[in-house]
Design a protein around this ligand. Structure first.
Ligand SMILES: [Zn+2]
Ligand SMILES: [Zn+2]
Length: 125
């Protein structure tokens, strides 16, 4: 693995923020000042092909990157734009039963109001 790729992967893994490519680019520049956006995109594509990271399109427009390849769902908060992870125990098996297949992966994105924003709403009343 090249140093560039290692740095990019570290950024994606360092928090669970589901960064966009531009955010990853900005963060990697702090450590690799000469890196270009094209290099970041190439490395993201390679990591995705190797199934090390996963690309998401939670808000329907911007691709975001997830450090976990383990299937899990995402909640996209329409109030603050935050993306959080959730998992449903046994969901692969349940889906498989309904779809009559062996499930390898799934994509589940929900849109709604996250816990923090709901709390703020209640407090504002
Ligand atoms: Zn929110
Ligand atoms: Zn995630």
């Amino acid at each position: 693995m090249t140093r560039q790729r290692a740095v990019i992967l570290e950024i994606i893994r360092s928090d669970m923020c589901h960064h966009t490519a531009e955010e990853i680019y900005e963060l990697s520049k702090l450590r690799l000042p000469k890196i270009s956006l094209a290099t970041v995109y190439n490395n993201l594509r390679a990591l995705e092909e190797e199934q090390i990271i996963r690309r998401l399109a939670c808000d329907g427009t911007t691709a975001r990157y997830d450090s976990s390849y383990i299937p899990h769902g995402h909640l996209y908060c329409t109030a603050c734009g935050n993306i959080s992870d959730f998992s449903i125990p046994d969901f692969n098996r349940i889906l498989g039963e309904h779809a009559d297949c062996m499930v390898d992966s799934y994509e589940l994105s929900l849109r709604g109001i996250c816990k923090n924003c709901r709390k703020k709403e209640i407090e504002a009343v």
